[in-house]
Design a protein around this ligand. Structure first.
Ligand SMILES: CC(C)(COP(=O)(O)OP(=O)(O)OC[C@H]1O[C@@H](n2cnc3c(N)ncnc32)[C@H](O)[C@@H]1OP(=O)(O)O)[C@@H](O)C(=O)NCCC(=O)NCCS
Length: 182
């Protein structure tokens, strides 16, 4: 598919004439956010409906309280007919202060999802750009995320680089425990 230049970051149109708008979500959009997140979880392999239903309720409560507290900002990609086909959320995650970072929140991007039929049109790219602009405007100098394989190209093309974060699987029985001899 030919690339459409991102001349207008908040409006994307395809060769077939579809027009998408990228806009900030409000609390009224919570159901759409929850349903796109559910589609993402399903795509990642979770097909158990009771688990998905519970995850929807938990995420909805979590997102609502953070949106109200202005700790979660979300963007949506919306078709001209009002159908919402993509999203991304920016969470101001609590962190400890340090000499390089006096603030006690850092922006973290999550729940990036585009409906499969609308992929490859630059919608996620535009949502990430909107989040990056928001961070700059609010005085944040970094933006972090964990990338899926499908997302890596999008983030890389926008200048994201792997960091030195390390992680241990604490349920790994082969890992040392405090009572074990080291
Ligand atoms: C990852 C994901 C959100 C990307 O959504 P998207 O809207 O298709 O993303 P974009 O269209 O901006 O970019 C996708 C590709 O199209 C290309 N592209 C970007 N703008 C384009 C444009 N205007 N026209 C055509 N192609 C474009 C991008 O370069 C990218 O190419 P790459 O895959 O080779 O890197 C989507 O694949 C998805 O929902 N995946 C499942 C959930 C997931 O993995 N979420 C990410 C968690 S980190």
């Amino acid at each position: 598919m030919p690339k459409i230049p991102i001349s207008s970051p908040l409006r994307a149109s395809t060769k077939s004439g579809s027009v998408f708008t990228i806009r900030q979500a409000t609390l009224k959009d919570l159901d759409a956010l929850v349903s796109l997140r559910r589609a993402e979880q399903t795509e990642f392999g979770q097909t158990d409906h009771p688990i998905l239903d519970k995850a929807d309720r938990v995420f909805s409560r979590w997102a609502r309280s953070r949106m109200k507290a202005k700790r979660l900002v979300a963007w949506l990609a919306e078709k001209r007919n009002g159908t919402i086909v993509g999203c991304g959320c920016l969470w101001l995650q609590p962190v400890h202060p340090n000499p390089q970072r006096k603030r006690t929140h850092r922006p973290y991007l999550l729940s990036m999802y585009t409906d499969p039929k609308s992929r490859g049109r630059g919608l996620a790219t535009r949502i990430v750009l909107a989040a990056m602009d928001w961070c700059r405007k609010h005085g944040y100098h970094t933006l972090s995320l964990h990338a899926s394989d499908l997302g890596k190209g999008v983030y890389k093309s926008l200048g994201f680089k792997p960091t030195s974060e390390m992680r241990a699987r604490l349920d790994d029985p082969n890992l040392p425990r405090s009572h074990a001899r080291l």
